[in-house]
Design a protein around this ligand. Structure first.
Ligand SMILES: C[S@@+](CC[C@H](N)C(=O)[O-])C[C@H]1O[C@@H](n2cnc3c(N)ncnc32)[C@H](O)[C@@H]1O
Length: 177
C-alpha cells in the first residue's frame, strides 16, 4: 500500500475498512510489523513469555485481517480477544481461525466505546488502531481521545499497553486527554 498506509481521513470510516478487505480478496495485510518482530521486544522489556509467565488476557483493538493474533496464539498466548468495528473483517477472521484456534475471541465492537469491565485484560496490543481513529493530523482527535479514555478505564487491571503507531501528533495531543 506504500505511503497510502499513512493515516488519513478515510481510516475513521467503517466503509473504508470493509472495502479494504474486499479489495484484498481476504489476503492478510500486516500494518507496521509482524509478531516475529514484536515478540523479542515484549519478552526483553516486559518479560512476557507464555512458557514462563501465567497466561495473560490480551486485547487487540482494531485487529483488522492481520495475522498477529493467530501468530501470538500459536506461540502460546491463547487468551486473546480481538475487536474491530468492521463486521466483514470479524466474520472473515472467525471463519479463518475457528477450527485451529477455537479459544480465540472475535467481536464486532467500536474501540471508542468498548463494552468490557475494567478487570478484563492484562495487556493491550495496539498496532495501527489508534492511527485509524486519529485520522489526519490536522483534524479533531475526539475519537482518539475517546479510545484513550477507554484504555485508561481498562488500566485498573492491565500491566502493559503496547502501542505501535506512526502518528506523532498524538504525543502532543495526548496531554489534553
Ligand atoms: C491500520 S488497521 C490495523 C490492523 C491491524 N491491527 C494490523 O496491525 O495490521 C486499523 C484497523 O482498525 C479498525 N478500526 C478503525 N476504527 C475503529 C473503531 N472505531 N473501532 C474498532 N475498529 C476500528 C479498522 O477496521 C482496521 O481493521
Amino acid at each position: 500500500m506504500g505511503d497510502n498506509a499513512l493515516p488519513n481521513r478515510s481510516f475513521k470510516e467503517q466503509r473504508f475498512w470493509d472495502e479494504f478487505l474486499v479489495a484484498r480478496d481476504g489476503l492478510p495485510f500486516e500494518w507496521y510489523a509482524q509478531w516475529s518482530d514484536l515478540f523479542p521486544l515484549l519478552e526483553r522489556h516486559c518479560g512476557l513469555n507464555p512458557q514462563l509467565s501465567p497466561l495473560p488476557a490480551v486485547l487487540i483493538p482494531g485487529c483488522g485481517n492481520s495475522e498477529l493474533s493467530s501468530a501470538m496464539y500459536d506461540h502460546g498466548f491463547t487468551n486473546i480477544t480481538n475487536i474491530d468495528f468492521s463486521r466483514s473483517v470479524i466474520m472473515e477472521m472467525m471463519r479463518r481461525n475457528i477450527r485451529d484456534r477455537p479459544m480465540m475471541f472475535w467481536k464486532v465492537m467500536d474501540m471508542t466505546e468498548m463494552q468490557f469491565s475494567n478487570d478484563s485484560f492484562d495487556f493491550i496490543l495496539d498496532k495501527g488502531a489508534l492511527d485509524a481513529v486519529l485520522g489526519q493530523a490536522d483534524e479533531d482527535s475526539a475519537s482518539g481521545k475517546r479510545f484513550l479514555s477507554e484504555v485508561r478505564f481498562l488500566f485498573l487491571s492491565i500491566s502493559f499497553f503496547f502501542l505501535f503507531s506512526r502518528v506523532t501528533v498524538l504525543l502532543d495531543r495526548s496531554k489534553e486527554c
